[in-house]
Design a binder for this molecule. Sequence first.
Ligand code: ADP
Length: 378
Amino acid sequence: MENGTPIRILYMEDDPGLVRLFEKRMAKKGYLISIAPNGREGLRMFSEEGPFDMLLVDYQMPELNGLQVLEELMTNEPRPAVIMLTGAGNEEIAVESMKKGAYDYIQKDIDGRYFRLLPIVIEESVKRYRMEAEKRRMQQELKKYAQELERSNKELQQFAYVVSHDLKEPLHTIQGFAKYIEETYGEDLDEQGNEFLGYIIEGTQRMERLIEGLLEYSRVKFKGIKLKDIDSGALVDNVVKDLKATIDKRCAKVTYEALPTIRGNERQLNRLFQNLIDNAIKYCRDRKPQVHIRAEKQENAWQFSVQDNGIGIDPRYGEKIFAIFQRLHSKEFTGDGLGLAICKKIVENHRGEIWVKSRYGEGATFYFTIPDRVKHIS
Ligand code: ADP
């Protein structure tokens, strides 16, 4: 065989003359051949002396015939590669063998010409068998990786939850005492003392917001979320209503075209649109923010876009902004760098993708896809 691993064959044949002929004709091929003189012995050798790359089974054997042996062999997982050797003119047996799962069959002729054909059939079948084995191995490996990934995701989620939950307690102690100092000793402190105390209080408030954000991030569940048909137009209507105060304050204009019904989780999609529209309004410096939402049908998904006329993003940071706590304009705009990380998690939960197209100073368009039929998220 080309890849150098010798082919191991189990040959079930009760005619010693044919066995000798076979061994002689195949001698140059380098096959490793084991001979079973009948079907029962063949089955024993298969289970005890394997693995074999290929089983050659003679149909006409005493006790168990080739088809009976084949039936037994096919109860194994994975199924072995079997070539049935039938008598000349035995088409029915050949067809039956293929139906029962044989890889191939060869009709024996009296003068042994089929020996010329045999190595070709053997090698083709072994190639197929080894490819299938490799495919199975890769599928198993993939499954293992997926399980491992799921486990570590879960662990990470739990870790984020526990850490953020536990951090709240000492933080509240610091906050409480800082407030107490402010109220009780504030008048005794000089200007600098009060300034520093102000920093402490501000710092704890920021930390509280970060912890809340982290908790929210860790709560965006991967598993077991409820999916239903959602009218994304109505959903965006609601988000815009919720953001009314921000929209009015910035004299922003939010417009959208007819939006489709999609399959998803209402709470999560609500959060997704809210974060994107909120950012589109926030990251706009000296103009009135204009936000436009659109949906475009693609082959297997709806592609949404949220376009703004704001400050834009340097394309170099187009991926970075979706990571947790990553901010590009930390001084000028308030925020915690969690909004887009949450968006990414939500979109990926729905088996979609999210990305941004923008140039600094020229507005940004955030795109995300929601596949047509997201199966239950598991
Ligand atoms: P936050 O807004 O709290 O900082 P996000 O995760 O929502 O956190 O956004 C991360 C960063 O991406 C922001 O700090 C900002 O620099 C940039 N960004 C997000 N949305 C926009 C936008 N529409 N236009 C320009 N920059 C944006």
